[in-house]
Design a protein around this ligand. Sequence first.
Ligand code: ARG
Length: 566
Amino acid sequence: MIDFKKEIAKVLTDQIDQLEYDQVLEMIEIPPNPQMGDFAFPCFKLAKTLRKSPNIIAQEIVEKIGKADLFEKIENAAAYVNFFIDRTIFAKSVIEEVFHQKDKFGASAMGEGKKVIVEYSSPNIAKPFHIGHIRTTVIGHAIANIYNYLGYHVITINHLGDYGTQFGKLIVAFRNWGDEKEVEAEPIPALLRLYVKFHEEAEKNPSLEDEARLWFKKLEEGDEEALRLWQWFRDESLKEFHRVYDMLGIRFDSYAGESFYSDKMPKVLKIMEEKGLLKESKGAEIVDLEPYGMPPALIRKSDGSTLYITRDIAAAIYRKEHYDFYKNIYVVGSQQILHFQQWIKIIELMGYDWAKDCVHVPFGMVSLEEGTMSTRKGRVVFLEDVLNKAVEKTKEIIGAKNPNLENKDEVAKQVGIGAVVFQELSNNRIKDYVFSWDKTLSFEGETGPYVQYTHARACSILRKAEVGLDEKIDYRLLSNEDAMNLVRLIQQFPTVVADAARKYEPAIITRHIVDVAQAFNKFYHDCPIIVEDKALQKARVSLVYAVKQVIRNGLALLGVAAPEKM
Ligand code: ARG
Protein backbone atom coordinates (compact mmCIF):
# COMPACT_ATOMS: atom_id res chain seq x y z
CA MET A 1 0.00 0.00 0.00
CA ILE A 2 1.39 3.38 -0.90
CA ASP A 3 2.01 5.40 2.24
CA PHE A 4 0.75 8.73 1.00
CA LYS A 5 1.76 10.57 4.12
CA LYS A 6 5.35 9.56 3.59
CA GLU A 7 5.17 10.42 -0.10
CA ILE A 8 3.89 13.88 0.82
CA ALA A 9 6.65 14.32 3.36
CA LYS A 10 9.21 13.52 0.64
CA VAL A 11 7.71 16.00 -1.80
CA LEU A 12 7.61 18.70 0.88
CA THR A 13 11.09 18.07 2.22
CA ASP A 14 12.46 18.59 -1.29
CA GLN A 15 11.00 22.09 -1.27
CA ILE A 16 11.62 23.17 2.31
CA ASP A 17 15.24 23.64 3.30
CA GLN A 18 14.46 24.51 6.89
CA LEU A 19 12.89 21.20 7.90
CA GLU A 20 14.02 17.59 8.00
CA TYR A 21 11.91 14.75 6.60
CA ASP A 22 10.91 13.49 10.05
CA GLN A 23 9.81 16.91 11.20
CA VAL A 24 7.70 17.33 8.09
CA LEU A 25 6.17 13.90 8.55
CA GLU A 26 5.15 14.82 12.09
CA MET A 27 3.49 18.02 10.96
CA ILE A 28 1.26 16.53 8.27
CA GLU A 29 -2.38 16.49 9.31
CA ILE A 30 -5.59 14.87 8.17
CA PRO A 31 -8.08 17.68 7.58
CA PRO A 32 -11.38 17.42 9.40
CA ASN A 33 -13.24 17.35 6.13
CA PRO A 34 -12.17 15.85 2.80
CA GLN A 35 -13.08 19.02 0.89
CA MET A 36 -9.89 20.41 2.39
CA GLY A 37 -7.87 17.58 0.95
CA ASP A 38 -6.81 14.16 2.14
CA PHE A 39 -3.74 15.53 3.88
CA ALA A 40 -2.68 19.03 4.83
CA PHE A 41 0.55 20.70 5.78
CA PRO A 42 0.30 23.74 8.07
CA CYS A 43 2.85 26.54 7.53
CA PHE A 44 2.57 28.41 10.83
CA LYS A 45 5.79 27.05 12.22
CA LEU A 46 7.77 28.08 9.16
CA ALA A 47 6.53 31.65 9.39
CA LYS A 48 8.93 32.57 12.17
CA THR A 49 12.08 31.24 10.52
CA LEU A 50 11.18 32.54 7.09
CA ARG A 51 9.76 35.85 8.34
CA LYS A 52 6.87 35.63 5.97
CA SER A 53 3.19 35.17 6.50
CA PRO A 54 2.18 31.52 6.63
CA ASN A 55 -0.34 32.10 3.83
CA ILE A 56 2.39 33.31 1.51
CA ILE A 57 4.61 30.38 2.44
CA ALA A 58 1.82 27.94 1.67
CA GLN A 59 1.28 29.60 -1.68
CA GLU A 60 4.98 29.47 -2.53
CA ILE A 61 5.26 25.81 -1.62
CA VAL A 62 2.35 24.98 -3.88
CA GLU A 63 3.96 26.87 -6.76
CA LYS A 64 7.31 25.20 -6.23
CA ILE A 65 5.88 21.69 -6.17
CA GLY A 66 3.88 22.24 -9.32
CA LYS A 67 2.53 18.88 -10.47
CA ALA A 68 3.25 15.69 -8.56
CA ASP A 69 2.47 12.19 -9.71
CA LEU A 70 0.29 10.79 -6.99
CA PHE A 71 -1.97 13.79 -6.59
CA GLU A 72 -5.01 15.09 -8.36
CA LYS A 73 -4.20 18.55 -7.13
CA ILE A 74 -2.20 20.39 -4.52
CA GLU A 75 -3.62 23.74 -3.44
CA ASN A 76 -3.18 26.24 -0.75
CA ALA A 77 -5.98 27.46 1.48
CA ALA A 78 -4.97 30.11 3.99
CA ALA A 79 -1.91 28.79 5.85
CA TYR A 80 -2.27 25.20 4.63
CA VAL A 81 -1.00 23.22 1.71
CA ASN A 82 -3.77 20.76 0.91
CA PHE A 83 -3.05 17.53 -0.89
CA PHE A 84 -5.73 15.74 -2.87
CA ILE A 85 -4.68 12.21 -3.60
CA ASP A 86 -5.26 10.79 -7.04
CA ARG A 87 -8.37 8.76 -6.30
CA THR A 88 -7.71 6.04 -8.79
CA ILE A 89 -4.21 5.39 -7.53
CA PHE A 90 -5.47 5.58 -3.96
CA ALA A 91 -8.30 3.08 -4.40
CA LYS A 92 -6.08 0.69 -6.34
CA SER A 93 -3.32 0.84 -3.80
CA VAL A 94 -5.60 0.23 -0.82
CA ILE A 95 -7.89 -2.41 -2.27
CA GLU A 96 -5.04 -4.39 -3.80
CA GLU A 97 -3.32 -4.42 -0.45
CA VAL A 98 -6.42 -5.93 1.14
CA PHE A 99 -6.64 -8.54 -1.65
CA HIS A 100 -3.09 -9.39 -0.92
CA GLN A 101 -3.10 -9.45 2.87
CA LYS A 102 -6.62 -10.74 3.54
CA ASP A 103 -6.83 -11.84 7.20
CA LYS A 104 -3.48 -10.17 7.76
CA PHE A 105 -4.50 -6.74 6.51
CA GLY A 106 -3.60 -4.43 9.40
CA ALA A 107 -1.06 -6.84 10.85
CA SER A 108 2.65 -6.10 10.98
CA ALA A 109 5.98 -7.47 12.06
CA MET A 110 6.85 -4.60 14.37
CA GLY A 111 6.91 -6.89 17.41
CA GLU A 112 9.10 -9.58 15.94
CA GLY A 113 11.38 -11.19 18.49
CA LYS A 114 9.73 -9.45 21.44
CA LYS A 115 7.82 -11.24 24.17
CA VAL A 116 4.81 -9.55 25.67
CA ILE A 117 2.98 -10.94 28.68
CA VAL A 118 -0.68 -10.04 28.94
CA GLU A 119 -2.09 -10.91 32.33
CA TYR A 120 -5.86 -10.64 32.49
CA SER A 121 -9.09 -12.01 33.93
CA SER A 122 -7.43 -13.45 37.08
CA PRO A 123 -10.58 -14.18 39.09
CA ASN A 124 -10.53 -15.40 42.66
CA ILE A 125 -11.11 -19.09 43.20
CA ALA A 126 -14.32 -20.05 44.99
CA LYS A 127 -15.81 -16.65 44.28
CA PRO A 128 -18.37 -15.80 41.62
CA PHE A 129 -17.12 -14.99 38.17
CA HIS A 130 -19.26 -11.93 37.90
CA ILE A 131 -19.96 -8.94 35.72
CA GLY A 132 -17.05 -7.08 37.33
CA HIS A 133 -14.68 -9.56 35.68
CA ILE A 134 -16.01 -9.09 32.22
CA ARG A 135 -13.94 -6.02 31.58
CA THR A 136 -10.53 -7.42 32.43
CA THR A 137 -11.47 -10.55 30.52
CA VAL A 138 -12.55 -8.99 27.25
CA ILE A 139 -10.14 -6.03 27.31
CA GLY A 140 -7.24 -8.33 28.12
CA HIS A 141 -8.23 -10.78 25.42
CA ALA A 142 -8.41 -8.00 22.84
CA ILE A 143 -5.05 -6.55 23.88
CA ALA A 144 -3.46 -9.98 23.60
CA ASN A 145 -4.97 -10.42 20.11
CA ILE A 146 -3.78 -6.99 19.01
CA TYR A 147 -0.19 -7.51 20.16
CA ASN A 148 -0.14 -10.91 18.58
CA TYR A 149 -1.33 -9.35 15.31
CA LEU A 150 1.54 -6.91 15.44
CA GLY A 151 4.01 -9.74 15.50
CA TYR A 152 4.79 -9.87 19.23
CA HIS A 153 5.15 -13.22 20.89
CA VAL A 154 2.27 -12.97 23.34
CA ILE A 155 2.02 -15.04 26.51
CA THR A 156 -1.31 -14.85 28.30
CA ILE A 157 -1.44 -15.46 32.01
CA ASN A 158 -4.40 -15.94 34.30
CA HIS A 159 -3.06 -14.91 37.72
CA LEU A 160 -5.73 -16.79 39.64
CA GLY A 161 -6.52 -15.60 43.15
CA ASP A 162 -5.97 -19.06 44.56
CA TYR A 163 -4.10 -18.30 47.76
CA GLY A 164 -4.58 -16.54 51.05
CA THR A 165 -6.33 -16.87 54.39
CA GLN A 166 -9.77 -17.18 52.79
CA PHE A 167 -8.87 -20.75 51.84
CA GLY A 168 -8.43 -21.57 55.49
CA LYS A 169 -11.97 -20.28 56.06
CA LEU A 170 -13.31 -22.31 53.19
CA ILE A 171 -11.69 -25.48 54.42
CA VAL A 172 -13.15 -24.98 57.91
CA ALA A 173 -16.59 -24.21 56.46
CA PHE A 174 -16.52 -27.24 54.21
CA ARG A 175 -15.42 -29.56 57.00
CA ASN A 176 -18.21 -28.26 59.23
CA TRP A 177 -21.16 -27.78 56.91
CA GLY A 178 -20.11 -28.80 53.42
CA ASP A 179 -21.63 -31.34 51.11
CA GLU A 180 -19.48 -32.83 48.39
CA LYS A 181 -22.35 -33.38 45.94
CA GLU A 182 -23.50 -29.80 46.25
CA VAL A 183 -20.05 -28.47 45.49
CA GLU A 184 -19.70 -30.72 42.50
CA ALA A 185 -23.10 -29.80 41.11
CA GLU A 186 -22.66 -26.04 41.35
CA PRO A 187 -19.18 -25.32 42.68
CA ILE A 188 -19.07 -21.55 42.87
CA PRO A 189 -22.51 -20.90 44.37
CA ALA A 190 -21.96 -23.75 46.84
CA LEU A 191 -18.54 -22.49 47.89
CA LEU A 192 -19.87 -18.97 48.11
CA ARG A 193 -22.64 -20.14 50.43
CA LEU A 194 -20.03 -21.84 52.61
CA TYR A 195 -17.95 -18.69 52.68
CA VAL A 196 -20.95 -16.59 53.71
CA LYS A 197 -21.93 -19.18 56.31
CA PHE A 198 -18.42 -19.08 57.75
CA HIS A 199 -18.68 -15.34 58.34
CA GLU A 200 -22.12 -15.63 59.91
CA GLU A 201 -20.97 -18.38 62.25
CA ALA A 202 -17.70 -16.63 63.08
CA GLU A 203 -19.67 -13.63 64.33
CA LYS A 204 -21.16 -15.90 66.97
CA ASN A 205 -18.09 -18.02 67.49
CA PRO A 206 -14.83 -16.13 66.96
CA SER A 207 -12.71 -19.22 67.57
CA LEU A 208 -13.60 -20.26 64.02
CA GLU A 209 -11.25 -17.53 62.83
CA ASP A 210 -8.35 -19.14 64.68
CA GLU A 211 -9.29 -22.46 63.23
CA ALA A 212 -9.24 -20.94 59.75
CA ARG A 213 -5.79 -19.44 60.31
CA LEU A 214 -4.60 -22.81 61.45
CA TRP A 215 -5.91 -24.50 58.32
CA PHE A 216 -4.29 -21.94 56.09
CA LYS A 217 -1.03 -22.55 57.90
CA LYS A 218 -1.48 -26.27 57.32
CA LEU A 219 -2.07 -25.55 53.66
CA GLU A 220 1.15 -23.55 53.48
CA GLU A 221 3.00 -26.38 55.16
CA GLY A 222 1.65 -28.89 52.67
CA ASP A 223 -0.74 -30.79 54.94
CA GLU A 224 -2.35 -33.54 52.87
CA GLU A 225 -5.98 -32.92 53.81
CA ALA A 226 -5.66 -29.15 53.41
CA LEU A 227 -3.98 -29.53 50.03
CA ARG A 228 -6.54 -32.03 48.81
CA LEU A 229 -9.46 -29.73 49.64
CA TRP A 230 -7.74 -26.66 48.26
CA GLN A 231 -6.86 -28.45 45.01
CA TRP A 232 -10.42 -29.64 44.69
CA PHE A 233 -11.89 -26.15 45.22
CA ARG A 234 -9.45 -24.85 42.63
CA ASP A 235 -10.24 -27.53 40.06
CA GLU A 236 -13.98 -27.15 40.46
CA SER A 237 -13.77 -23.37 40.23
CA LEU A 238 -11.63 -23.55 37.11
CA LYS A 239 -14.16 -25.87 35.49
CA GLU A 240 -16.74 -23.17 35.99
CA PHE A 241 -14.49 -20.39 34.76
CA HIS A 242 -13.70 -22.47 31.70
CA ARG A 243 -17.33 -22.62 30.69
CA VAL A 244 -17.26 -18.85 30.38
CA TYR A 245 -13.85 -18.79 28.70
CA ASP A 246 -15.07 -21.32 26.17
CA MET A 247 -18.06 -19.16 25.35
CA LEU A 248 -15.72 -16.24 24.79
CA GLY A 249 -13.18 -18.29 22.85
CA ILE A 250 -10.47 -17.66 25.44
CA ARG A 251 -7.53 -19.88 26.44
CA PHE A 252 -4.57 -18.93 28.59
CA ASP A 253 -1.01 -20.03 28.16
CA SER A 254 -0.54 -20.14 31.91
CA TYR A 255 -2.78 -20.42 34.94
CA ALA A 256 0.01 -19.72 37.39
CA GLY A 257 -1.98 -18.02 40.11
CA GLU A 258 -0.94 -16.60 43.45
CA SER A 259 -0.30 -20.04 44.94
CA PHE A 260 2.34 -20.68 42.29
CA TYR A 261 4.60 -18.15 43.98
CA SER A 262 4.25 -19.37 47.55
CA ASP A 263 7.62 -21.13 47.49
CA LYS A 264 9.32 -18.27 45.66
CA MET A 265 8.81 -15.84 48.51
CA PRO A 266 11.87 -16.46 50.67
CA LYS A 267 14.23 -15.53 47.84
CA VAL A 268 12.34 -12.30 47.17
CA LEU A 269 12.34 -11.37 50.85
CA LYS A 270 16.05 -12.01 50.99
CA ILE A 271 16.78 -9.63 48.12
CA MET A 272 14.64 -6.97 49.75
CA GLU A 273 16.50 -7.46 52.97
CA GLU A 274 19.89 -7.22 51.26
CA LYS A 275 18.85 -4.00 49.59
CA GLY A 276 17.85 -2.65 52.98
CA LEU A 277 14.28 -2.10 51.92
CA LEU A 278 12.48 -3.89 54.74
CA LYS A 279 11.58 -2.01 57.88
CA GLU A 280 10.05 -3.43 60.99
CA SER A 281 6.72 -2.05 62.05
CA LYS A 282 4.78 -3.60 64.96
CA GLY A 283 6.29 -6.99 64.30
CA ALA A 284 5.45 -6.85 60.61
CA GLU A 285 7.72 -5.91 57.74
CA ILE A 286 7.03 -3.02 55.44
CA VAL A 287 8.67 -1.02 52.68
CA ASP A 288 8.55 2.69 53.37
CA LEU A 289 7.33 4.47 50.27
CA GLU A 290 6.86 7.89 51.79
CA PRO A 291 9.69 9.46 49.75
CA TYR A 292 7.64 8.55 46.67
CA GLY A 293 4.41 9.96 48.02
CA MET A 294 2.84 6.59 48.72
CA PRO A 295 1.70 4.82 51.87
CA PRO A 296 3.96 2.02 53.15
CA ALA A 297 3.58 -1.41 51.61
CA LEU A 298 3.00 -4.28 54.01
CA ILE A 299 5.20 -7.13 52.79
CA ARG A 300 5.10 -9.68 55.61
CA LYS A 301 2.62 -9.92 58.44
CA SER A 302 3.70 -10.37 62.05
CA ASP A 303 2.76 -14.08 61.86
CA GLY A 304 5.22 -14.48 58.97
CA SER A 305 2.64 -14.86 56.20
CA THR A 306 3.08 -12.96 52.96
CA LEU A 307 0.53 -10.87 51.14
CA TYR A 308 -1.04 -10.18 47.78
CA ILE A 309 1.57 -7.53 47.04
CA THR A 310 4.46 -9.83 47.98
CA ARG A 311 3.14 -12.39 45.55
CA ASP A 312 2.92 -9.77 42.79
CA ILE A 313 6.56 -8.87 43.34
CA ALA A 314 7.58 -12.52 43.24
CA ALA A 315 5.47 -13.07 40.13
CA ALA A 316 7.07 -10.19 38.22
CA ILE A 317 10.58 -11.41 39.05
CA TYR A 318 9.68 -14.95 38.07
CA ARG A 319 8.21 -13.75 34.77
CA LYS A 320 11.30 -11.75 33.93
CA GLU A 321 13.56 -14.71 34.66
CA HIS A 322 11.32 -17.26 32.98
CA TYR A 323 10.08 -15.35 29.92
CA ASP A 324 12.45 -12.41 29.63
CA PHE A 325 9.57 -10.19 28.60
CA TYR A 326 9.81 -7.02 26.58
CA LYS A 327 6.62 -5.85 28.28
CA ASN A 328 4.63 -7.28 31.16
CA ILE A 329 1.08 -5.98 30.90
CA TYR A 330 -1.57 -6.21 33.65
CA VAL A 331 -5.20 -5.60 32.80
CA VAL A 332 -6.59 -4.92 36.26
CA GLY A 333 -9.23 -2.48 37.55
CA SER A 334 -8.51 1.11 38.50
CA GLN A 335 -9.14 0.33 42.21
CA GLN A 336 -5.71 -1.26 42.17
CA ILE A 337 -3.77 1.66 40.70
CA LEU A 338 -2.00 2.37 44.00
CA HIS A 339 -1.22 -1.31 44.50
CA PHE A 340 0.54 -1.45 41.13
CA GLN A 341 2.36 1.84 41.68
CA GLN A 342 3.61 0.50 44.98
CA TRP A 343 4.96 -2.82 43.86
CA ILE A 344 6.42 -1.54 40.60
CA LYS A 345 8.25 1.07 42.67
CA ILE A 346 9.53 -1.66 44.97
CA ILE A 347 10.80 -3.66 42.00
CA GLU A 348 12.62 -0.55 40.86
CA LEU A 349 14.10 -0.03 44.33
CA MET A 350 15.26 -3.64 44.30
CA GLY A 351 17.43 -2.59 41.37
CA TYR A 352 15.51 -4.11 38.49
CA ASP A 353 15.69 -1.72 35.57
CA TRP A 354 12.90 -3.63 33.83
CA ALA A 355 10.42 -2.19 36.35
CA LYS A 356 9.60 0.32 33.61
CA ASP A 357 8.41 -2.53 31.39
CA CYS A 358 5.68 -3.53 33.82
CA VAL A 359 2.54 -1.78 32.68
CA HIS A 360 -0.68 -1.55 34.60
CA VAL A 361 -3.59 -1.09 32.19
CA PRO A 362 -6.47 0.00 34.44
CA PHE A 363 -10.14 0.18 33.57
CA GLY A 364 -13.15 1.78 35.22
CA MET A 365 -15.51 0.13 37.65
CA VAL A 366 -18.78 -1.55 36.86
CA SER A 367 -21.59 -0.83 39.27
CA LEU A 368 -25.05 -2.32 39.18
CA GLU A 369 -28.09 -0.32 38.24
CA GLU A 370 -30.53 0.19 41.10
CA GLY A 371 -32.68 -2.92 41.49
CA THR A 372 -30.51 -5.15 39.34
CA MET A 373 -30.85 -8.75 40.36
CA SER A 374 -29.09 -11.82 39.29
CA THR A 375 -31.12 -14.72 38.02
CA ARG A 376 -29.75 -16.57 41.03
CA LYS A 377 -29.92 -15.17 44.53
CA GLY A 378 -28.03 -12.15 45.69
CA ARG A 379 -26.78 -8.90 44.24
CA VAL A 380 -24.25 -10.61 42.06
CA VAL A 381 -24.60 -10.74 38.31
CA PHE A 382 -22.86 -13.84 37.02
CA LEU A 383 -21.00 -13.35 33.80
CA GLU A 384 -22.28 -16.65 32.52
CA ASP A 385 -25.88 -15.54 33.04
CA VAL A 386 -25.27 -12.34 31.11
CA LEU A 387 -23.84 -14.25 28.16
CA ASN A 388 -26.59 -16.86 28.23
CA LYS A 389 -29.32 -14.24 28.34
CA ALA A 390 -27.82 -12.40 25.42
CA VAL A 391 -27.78 -15.64 23.43
CA GLU A 392 -31.40 -16.42 24.34
CA LYS A 393 -32.55 -13.00 23.31
CA THR A 394 -30.68 -13.30 20.01
CA LYS A 395 -32.36 -16.64 19.39
CA GLU A 396 -35.75 -14.97 19.74
CA ILE A 397 -34.80 -12.22 17.33
CA ILE A 398 -33.43 -14.62 14.75
CA GLY A 399 -36.46 -16.87 15.17
CA ALA A 400 -38.71 -13.95 14.29
CA LYS A 401 -36.63 -12.33 11.57
CA ASN A 402 -34.83 -15.14 9.85
CA PRO A 403 -36.39 -18.46 10.84
CA ASN A 404 -34.78 -20.35 7.96
CA LEU A 405 -31.21 -19.42 8.82
CA GLU A 406 -28.80 -22.36 8.82
CA ASN A 407 -26.90 -22.99 12.08
CA LYS A 408 -29.33 -20.79 13.98
CA ASP A 409 -27.98 -21.81 17.36
CA GLU A 410 -24.39 -21.22 16.44
CA VAL A 411 -25.16 -17.79 14.97
CA ALA A 412 -27.21 -16.86 18.03
CA LYS A 413 -24.17 -17.59 20.18
CA GLN A 414 -21.86 -15.59 17.97
CA VAL A 415 -24.19 -12.61 17.87
CA GLY A 416 -25.41 -12.67 21.47
CA ILE A 417 -21.96 -13.06 22.99
CA GLY A 418 -20.52 -10.73 20.36
CA ALA A 419 -23.02 -8.06 21.43
CA VAL A 420 -21.87 -8.20 25.06
CA VAL A 421 -18.18 -8.19 24.20
CA PHE A 422 -18.53 -5.42 21.64
CA GLN A 423 -20.38 -3.23 24.09
CA GLU A 424 -17.69 -3.73 26.71
CA LEU A 425 -15.12 -2.61 24.18
CA SER A 426 -17.04 0.39 22.89
CA ASN A 427 -16.07 2.94 25.51
CA ASN A 428 -12.66 4.01 26.60
CA ARG A 429 -11.64 1.51 29.19
CA ILE A 430 -10.99 3.99 31.99
CA LYS A 431 -14.65 5.09 32.13
CA ASP A 432 -16.75 3.74 34.98
CA TYR A 433 -20.12 2.45 33.96
CA VAL A 434 -23.37 1.17 35.33
CA PHE A 435 -24.48 -2.26 34.29
CA SER A 436 -28.04 -2.52 33.11
CA TRP A 437 -29.74 -5.59 31.67
CA ASP A 438 -31.77 -3.45 29.26
CA LYS A 439 -28.77 -1.73 27.83
CA THR A 440 -26.76 -4.93 27.57
CA LEU A 441 -29.58 -6.68 25.73
CA SER A 442 -30.43 -3.82 23.41
CA PHE A 443 -29.02 -4.34 19.95
CA GLU A 444 -30.06 -0.98 18.54
CA GLY A 445 -27.59 1.63 17.35
CA GLU A 446 -23.84 1.24 17.01
CA THR A 447 -23.69 -2.23 18.47
CA GLY A 448 -21.87 -5.45 17.74
CA PRO A 449 -24.88 -6.96 15.97
CA TYR A 450 -25.05 -3.87 13.74
CA VAL A 451 -21.44 -4.32 12.67
CA GLN A 452 -21.84 -8.09 12.34
CA TYR A 453 -24.95 -7.56 10.25
CA THR A 454 -23.09 -5.17 7.97
CA HIS A 455 -20.41 -7.81 7.52
CA ALA A 456 -23.04 -10.45 6.69
CA ARG A 457 -24.61 -8.05 4.20
CA ALA A 458 -21.24 -7.61 2.49
CA CYS A 459 -20.83 -11.39 2.40
CA SER A 460 -24.24 -11.77 0.83
CA ILE A 461 -23.38 -9.22 -1.88
CA LEU A 462 -20.18 -11.08 -2.61
CA ARG A 463 -22.16 -14.29 -3.00
CA LYS A 464 -24.53 -12.60 -5.43
CA ALA A 465 -21.84 -10.89 -7.48
CA GLU A 466 -21.72 -11.90 -11.12
CA VAL A 467 -18.14 -10.82 -11.60
CA GLY A 468 -14.90 -12.35 -10.46
CA LEU A 469 -12.26 -10.19 -8.86
CA ASP A 470 -9.06 -10.16 -10.91
CA GLU A 471 -6.44 -7.63 -11.92
CA LYS A 472 -8.69 -5.94 -14.44
CA ILE A 473 -10.53 -3.64 -12.11
CA ASP A 474 -11.15 -0.10 -13.26
CA TYR A 475 -10.55 1.82 -10.07
CA ARG A 476 -11.52 5.10 -11.75
CA LEU A 477 -15.07 3.95 -11.12
CA LEU A 478 -14.62 4.33 -7.38
CA SER A 479 -13.92 8.03 -7.35
CA ASN A 480 -17.22 9.21 -5.89
CA GLU A 481 -17.32 10.58 -2.36
CA ASP A 482 -19.05 7.59 -0.74
CA ALA A 483 -16.53 5.16 -2.16
CA MET A 484 -13.61 7.40 -1.27
CA ASN A 485 -14.76 7.66 2.33
CA LEU A 486 -14.64 3.91 2.56
CA VAL A 487 -11.24 3.69 0.92
CA ARG A 488 -9.92 6.24 3.41
CA LEU A 489 -11.26 4.32 6.39
CA ILE A 490 -9.86 1.05 5.09
CA GLN A 491 -6.51 2.67 4.52
CA GLN A 492 -6.42 3.88 8.11
CA PHE A 493 -7.03 0.44 9.58
CA PRO A 494 -3.37 -0.59 10.07
CA THR A 495 -2.63 2.72 11.82
CA VAL A 496 -5.71 2.27 13.98
CA VAL A 497 -4.52 -1.16 15.11
CA ALA A 498 -1.06 0.14 15.98
CA ASP A 499 -2.61 3.05 17.85
CA ALA A 500 -4.86 0.70 19.85
CA ALA A 501 -1.78 -1.30 20.85
CA ARG A 502 0.24 1.74 21.88
CA LYS A 503 -2.60 3.08 24.02
CA TYR A 504 -3.78 -0.35 25.22
CA GLU A 505 -7.19 0.75 24.05
CA PRO A 506 -9.25 -1.74 22.01
CA ALA A 507 -12.10 0.81 21.82
CA ILE A 508 -10.12 2.59 19.11
CA ILE A 509 -10.68 -0.43 16.88
CA THR A 510 -14.31 -0.82 17.94
CA ARG A 511 -15.10 2.74 16.97
CA HIS A 512 -13.23 2.48 13.72
CA ILE A 513 -15.14 -0.54 12.50
CA VAL A 514 -18.40 1.16 13.46
CA ASP A 515 -17.30 4.02 11.19
CA VAL A 516 -16.51 1.56 8.42
CA ALA A 517 -19.92 -0.09 8.83
CA GLN A 518 -21.70 3.25 8.72
CA ALA A 519 -19.78 4.44 5.67
CA PHE A 520 -20.48 1.14 3.98
CA ASN A 521 -24.20 1.33 4.65
CA LYS A 522 -24.27 4.80 3.14
CA PHE A 523 -22.35 3.59 0.09
CA TYR A 524 -24.65 0.60 -0.24
CA HIS A 525 -27.68 2.85 -0.07
CA ASP A 526 -26.42 5.37 -2.62
CA CYS A 527 -24.53 3.16 -5.03
CA PRO A 528 -26.22 0.01 -6.28
CA ILE A 529 -23.67 -2.75 -6.51
CA ILE A 530 -25.05 -5.59 -8.57
CA VAL A 531 -25.58 -3.43 -11.67
CA GLU A 532 -25.84 -4.19 -15.38
CA ASP A 533 -22.52 -2.47 -16.17
CA LYS A 534 -20.05 -5.25 -15.41
CA ALA A 535 -17.03 -2.99 -15.08
CA LEU A 536 -18.83 -0.82 -12.54
CA GLN A 537 -20.10 -3.88 -10.71
CA LYS A 538 -16.60 -5.28 -10.52
CA ALA A 539 -15.14 -2.09 -9.11
CA ARG A 540 -17.85 -1.78 -6.49
CA VAL A 541 -17.67 -5.44 -5.56
CA SER A 542 -13.92 -5.05 -5.02
CA LEU A 543 -14.67 -2.37 -2.47
CA VAL A 544 -17.31 -4.54 -0.80
CA TYR A 545 -14.70 -7.25 -0.49
CA ALA A 546 -12.26 -4.88 1.19
CA VAL A 547 -14.93 -3.68 3.61
CA LYS A 548 -15.88 -7.22 4.53
CA GLN A 549 -12.26 -8.06 5.18
CA VAL A 550 -11.57 -5.03 7.37
CA ILE A 551 -14.66 -5.55 9.52
CA ARG A 552 -13.78 -9.22 9.89
CA ASN A 553 -10.22 -8.46 10.90
CA GLY A 554 -11.35 -5.80 13.35
CA LEU A 555 -13.94 -8.07 14.96
CA ALA A 556 -11.40 -10.89 15.24
CA LEU A 557 -9.06 -8.59 17.15
CA LEU A 558 -11.87 -7.72 19.54
CA GLY A 559 -12.63 -11.40 20.06
CA VAL A 560 -15.98 -11.19 18.26
CA ALA A 561 -17.10 -13.68 15.60
CA ALA A 562 -18.14 -12.57 12.13
CA PRO A 563 -20.86 -14.92 10.84
CA GLU A 564 -21.35 -14.85 7.07
CA LYS A 565 -25.11 -15.14 7.33
CA MET A 566 -27.41 -13.86 10.03
N1 ARG B 1 -7.51 -11.75 41.78
C1 ARG B 1 -7.55 -10.30 41.79
C2 ARG B 1 -9.01 -9.84 41.91
O1 ARG B 1 -9.92 -10.56 41.54
C3 ARG B 1 -6.97 -9.68 40.58
C4 ARG B 1 -5.54 -10.02 40.32
C5 ARG B 1 -4.87 -9.01 39.47
N2 ARG B 1 -3.55 -9.34 39.10
C6 ARG B 1 -2.43 -9.13 39.83
N3 ARG B 1 -1.30 -9.50 39.34
N4 ARG B 1 -2.48 -8.52 40.99
O2 ARG B 1 -9.22 -8.72 42.34
